[in-house]
Design a protein around this ligand. Sequence first.
Ligand SMILES: Cc1cc2nc3c(=O)[nH]c(=O)nc-3n(C[C@H](O)[C@H](O)[C@H](O)COP(=O)(O)O)c2cc1C
Length: 329
Amino acid sequence: MNLNTTYLGLTLAHPFMVGASPLADHLDTVKRLEDGGAAAIVLRSLFEEQITMAESARIHQMDPLDPEFAKALAEFPRPEKYPLAPDDYLEHVRRVKDAVRVPVIASLNGMTSESWARFATSIEQAGADALELNIYEMATDADDSAMAIESRIRDLVKDLKASIRMPIAVKLGPFFTAFGHVAHQLERAGADGLVLFNRFYEPDIDVQNMTCVPRLEFSTSAELLLRLRWLAALHARLRCSLAVTGGVATPVDGIKSILAGAHAVQLVSAILRHGPPYFSAMREGLARWMESKAFSAIEEVRGRIDGRTAGEDLFERANYIRTLQSWTA
Ligand SMILES: Cc1cc2nc3c(=O)[nH]c(=O)nc-3n(C[C@H](O)[C@H](O)[C@H](O)COP(=O)(O)O)c2cc1C
């Protein structure tokens, strides 16, 4: 049984890997993740705000000590509150690379195309096998058009590709007007892979105190469906790698993701719930299922569910109408 997969040009022993999170913050856990069967590891993100604070003492070109901006910047953590400062992050990349044999992917998280992205060169020099670029874009500014936002992201990827040689995966949210177009633009800009989708941590409202309450909950399989839909719609139209993140809770979810076209399947919530050995359970679940279906290689499985048919949008619409019409009271 050949479970090998290629993701961002890297060979993974199987598709199941650690998603960006604090899971890989400590070397002993990093080793446990590899022993538990993780095929690759994405490190937690280093944030644009951390880098610009360290380089220029500014956040989004504003000085937190300037009374004019103090309120706007008050909610950002102070530099010492982040677990890894930029220099520590580089040292962490080096140490994790030394500790494990599986590919190690660093992560940068930002929303503008300022100088922070140049930090990617240092990450490459520290030995990371690839970079995941988490584009966090809420698009709430009424003066910021979809086209402007998409151009900004595309230019960021283009600039990065011009300055580093390691592969880049772009992790995005699903809230684009025309996601298919965005995906193609990023591929054309040089993205080696796309990671679908960012999960937004939607704050709740405390009605007693009438305040926002931050909420960070683990995902469930229900969140996977949106990802499956887009993987199935895009995999045959793109040449770059596709990874899924968000809602992979069981081995069956992993199999579905590969059937829908994923080269790699990232897990965070499931590992926080069950621990690193869950990677072996994911791999064994996939291997047993492939055996039961007489498949001998991942490539025979990947993308068997194709959301792209001759009618394309018409096919989508026909399914939509059929689903709504099948409901009887
Ligand atoms: C505690 C925690 C910390 C996270 N930190 C990061 C991060 O630093 N960078 C990032 O891109 N995603 C981060 N994520 C998001 C995960 O990488 C992942 O996309 C999300 O949890 C959905 O995957 P899951 O359903 O397997 O949990 C974090 C998630 C959790 C739960």
